[in-house]
Every structure is written in C-alpha cells, then in structure tokens.
Ligand binder design. Structure first.
Ligand code: DX5
Ligand code: ZN
Length: 230
C-alpha cells in the first residue's frame, strides 16, 4: 500500500495548524519535514522546534528529512521533539551504520536518503536495518524543482533489490512529484510519495492532496470500479 507525504516546506506558515489539518483531513499519511542547514544544501529551513510545534497539532506520522551535515549531533533533539521517522543522508556522514543505530536507539524509525547521483551501493549493506530508503528525485535544497527522469530507473532497481532480499524497507521518493507523474513513480516501486509544491503550492491544498491520494489508490488497484463504464 502506498502513502502520501505532503512536505510542510511549501506550506503557508501564517496558518500552520490550518495547513496541517487540511492535509490530514484529506487522506495524507505522513507529514514530511525538510530540515536544511545551509551547509549540506544551499538553503536553511527549520530545526527541532518545528517538530515540537507540529507534534500536538496532528496524528500524522512526522517524517523528518535531515539535509544537514553532522546529523549525529541532532538525532536526540529531533527524537525528543516528537519525530516518528528520522532520515539522514548517506552523503552527510562517515559512519552510516553507527548513525542508523543511533536513530533506532532514540526510539525513531530510521531512514537513509540518497542524492540523485549517489548509487544504490551506498545503502546495499544497511538495507536490512533501515525502515526507509528515501530516493531524492531532485537535488535537495528547494521545493518546486523538476523531477529528474533518470531516477525512475533507480527506483526500479531499489525495488528489485529490496524485494529480492525479502526486506520490509519502504521506498520514499522526494522531489518534483505532481499529478502528472505520481502514478508512474508509484508503479516504478515507490511506497511513499513526497509532494511539497504540488500540494501546498496550490490554491486548495486539501483538494489537491485528496486528488494525489486518489491517484495513488488507483495505481494500487483501488477505486477501479470508479472507471467501469455505466
Ligand atoms: C527538497 C526537499 C523536498 C521538497 C519537495 O530538498 O527534500 O522534500 O520539499 O518539494 P517538491 O515536491 O515541491 O519538489
Ligand atoms: Zn524532503
């Protein structure tokens, strides 16, 4: 079964509670929180305080994507703030195995992310110990960028790698997902689809969220009766 993870990065922060409840009421499964430090990526966003602010506002799974250097320094702060999943970049640490253990010990699910150009070899040996593999389909740093087409092959290869080993690790795809490509990316093997601009950048984020979720359900083979001829 697939899941939709709207990214709060593109939300209207003047009405944070309203924006969160809008997607929660429209079948979102996760709330994706993009943490950027101006070093790993050329942009700065928010820290553990936002996770702490969001926690009492929602029952959605808080999916924290750390695009920061030295992530080991901040795992406990994000865990105590209320993160459910903490995802770190393989490119941002010298000791990925140890960092995964640290995330698990903090009580959170552990995710590892790869930039578009990083090969799957970087995670091959740790796949059995992670909950989530986050494949970036844009260069991380900004919302609203174009999906990099070559990542589709990488998603398919990751899907094969995980299925052939009988692992439970989920594949999340992040960047440039919209109504026109979400079904295709789901069919390539993504379990969780992140959508920032395609949800919160739209005039009616709730309606768009529902639309994306329905497209995912269709790709999963649900709602097929909706398309039967009268
Ligand atoms: C990019 C972030 C993404 C971003 C996705 O660095 O990791 O999560 O918010 O935004 P869209 O869906 O607008 O490409
Ligand atoms: Zn992200």
């Amino acid at each position: 079964m697939s899941g939709l993870a709207p990214s709060i990065l593109s939300a209207n922060f003047l009405d944070l509670p309203g924006q969160v409840s809008m997607v929660e009421a429209n079948k979102a499964d996760y709330l994706h929180i993009d943490v950027m430090d101006g070093r790993f990526v050329p942009n700065i966003t928010f820290g553990p305080w936002l996770v702490k602010t969001l926690r009492p506002l929602t029952r959605l799974v808080l999916d924290v994507h750390l695009m920061i250097v030295e992530p080991e320094k901040y795992i406990s702060a994000f865990a105590s703030a209320g993160a459910d999943i903490i995802t770190v970049h393989a490119e941002a640490t010298h000791h990925l195995d140890r960092l995964i253990d640290q995330i698990r010990e903090s009580g959170c699910k552990a995710g590892v992310s790869l930039n578009p150009a990083t090969t799957l070899d970087a995670v091959q040996y740790v796949l059995p110990k992670i909950d989530l593999l986050l494949l970036m389909s844009v260069n991380p740093g900004f919302g609203g960028q174009k999906y990099l087409g070559y990542v589709t092959e990488k998603i398919k290869a990751a899907r094969r790698m995980i299925d052939e080993s009988g692992l439970a690790c989920l594949i999340e795809v992040d960047g440039g997902i919209h109504e026109g490509n979400i079904s295709q990316v789901r069919r390539a093997g993504a379990d969780i689809l992140v959508a920032g601009n395609a949800v919160f950048g739209q005039p009616d984020p709730g309606a768009t969220c529902l639309k994306l979720k329905n497209l995912l359900d269709e790709a999963d083979g649900k709602n097929q009766d909706l398309h039967l001829p009268e």
